[in-house]
Design a protein around this ligand. Structure first.
Ligand code: KG4
Ligand code: ZN
Length: 345
């Protein structure tokens, strides 16, 4: 059988990305145009600005990805595109481009769920997949634990009740004046800090749940930095408080919470393999914490390669291959599906 070359398109948030992946596991070309520099001035993603940037970037990024992959449009077997969840106007840009290409080339257009694509990212560069898995996704918009039985079959174990882990990094970075995007900035600052300086509480909400909560931690950082009334009003931080210590203590708390939940999930499900992905999975402290847990609790750890943790289109094309094989594609409908069935033993 000739290999399936699938073009992936990702425009759900602030990255315009395109990639060509062969048989779901060999990246031939991958281009990501980040808008971070544009949104930095606002301290976060401005949806309308993001949509306009996608319109400007989508065709050049597509051409570049095909060129990098040395693939002609006529060589493509399908076009996969993120259709949910995400900023609705941003999703529409990618879906329109994919729809037009699919029609022009007479190939299927495969709608892909962005979260499920992050869950597939550990395997898109060729690492062998193995199921079932406990899958952790930690991104700017989502923090969830799943039991994954195949690239397209996921059941929820738990999810955040408030902020996502990446969102907490971004908000704490704003509090500490560290810039945007917050995750890498907090991680850099934490290198110089002492995590023991602020023993923040590790919140694990509920009994017999795998849910997460990060908003209390964020407030604890605010109080530790500016005092109990939590008002900044342009005031300086409390005397003697070091930004690096706050960053290190916050990061250590997030890592502890995530690692604890993963260990609980492994014990509960009896599944001895864990995959992790999403932007926060770039974080070295989290990667090291998960690696330590894998050694102690003897489970296999499948970490997404760093360059595929943040938003990219290779994971979209990779998962698109499996969606296409599973059901031959579905209607190109831009919607915001964000719920999965609960996991049952
Ligand atoms: O997966 P992603 O690119 O986009 C979403 O789907 O949300 O994740 C972006 C998030 C941002 O919140 C960013 O601050 C966080 O991932 N992030 C990190 C690191 N790199 C990116 N968080 C902690 N440490 C990092 N090194
Ligand atoms: Zn993402």
């Amino acid at each position: 059988m000739t290999p399936a070359k699938i073009l992936g398109i990702e425009t759900s948030c602030d990255e315009t990305a395109a990639a060509v992946v062969e048989d779901g596991a060999r990246i031939l070309g991958s281009v990501v145009a980040s808008q971070a520099g544009i949104h930095r001035a606002f301290g976060g993603v401005v949806p309308e600005v993001a949509c306009r940037e996608h319109v400007r970037a989508v065709l050049p990024v597509l051409s570049l990805a095909l060129e990098q992959a040395a693939v002609r449009p006529s060589d493509l077997s399908a076009v996969a595109v993120t259709t949910s969840p995400g900023l609705i106007g941003a999703l529409l840009v990618g879906a329109s481009a994919a729809g037009a290409l699919g029609t022009a080339l007479s190939v299927p257009v495969v709608p892909v769920n962005h979260i499920e694509a992050h869950l597939y990212a550990p395997f898109v560069a060729g690492a062998p997949s193995r199921y079932p898995l406990v899958s952790l996704i930690v991104s700017g918009g989502h923090t969830s634990l799943f039991v994954s039985r195949s690239p397209t079959d996921h059941a929820v174990l738990g999810a955040t009740l408030d902020d996502a882990a990446g969102e907490a990094f971004d908000k704490v970075a704003v509090l500490l004046g560290l810039g945007y995007p917050g995750g890498p900035a907090v991680e850099r600052a934490a290198l110089e800090g002492d995590a023991r300086a602020h023993p923040f509480r590790r919140s694990l909400p509920g009994r017999d749940t795998f849910d997460f909560s990060f908003s209390g931690l964020k407030t604890a950082v605010l109080y530790a930095a500016y005092g109990q009334d939590g008002r900044r009003d342009g005031r300086p931080m409390k005397p003697g408080v070091r930004i690096a210590d706050l960053a290190a203590a916050f990061q250590a708390a997030v890592v502890d919470i995530l690692v604890t939940r993963v260990r609980q999930a492994v014990r509960f499900t009896g599944i001895r393999a864990v995959a992790a992905g999403g932007g926060v999975a770039c974080n070295d402290a989290l990667r090291a914490g998960l690696a330590r847990a894998a050694e102690t609790d003897r489970f296999e750890l499948l970490l997404t390669p760093r360059e595929l943790c943040t938003d990219n289109a290779a994971m979209i094309a990779g998962l698109g291959y499996h969606v296409l094989r599973g059901d031959g594609g579905a209607a190109l409908e831009v919607a915001a599906r964000t719920s999965w069935p609960r996991f049952r033993r």
